[in-house]
Write a protein that binds this ligand. Sequence first.
Ligand SMILES: [Cu+2]
Length: 112
Amino acid sequence: MKRVVVSCFLLGLIAFTSTAVLAKEVIVEIYKKKYTPNEVTIELGDTVIWKNIEKRQYHNVWFKQLQKEEPDYFFPDETYKRRFDSLGEFSYECGPHPKMKGKVTVISPEYL
Ligand SMILES: [Cu+2]
């Protein structure tokens, strides 16, 4: 009985750590009023980090289909993060620069 309990615990631990390890952070750089890369494909639970590497220009990342209010601007050397917990295609743009556009596609890991 003790052995069963221990192996169940181990299995749970392995399952837990493997999902934790698999959740990734993907970086999108913002430079010269462009998101680079402007399209990323990630897995469910991953986080996208947008890094402003401009000299002085601020930006934001606005998922109009997900949020009504425009998010705050972020400045050079600052980042903006978002974790994706649902599948689909999510387009975004920069509030002050609507020509800046990008897309995050969230897929289930089993389709890789
Ligand atoms: Cu911008």
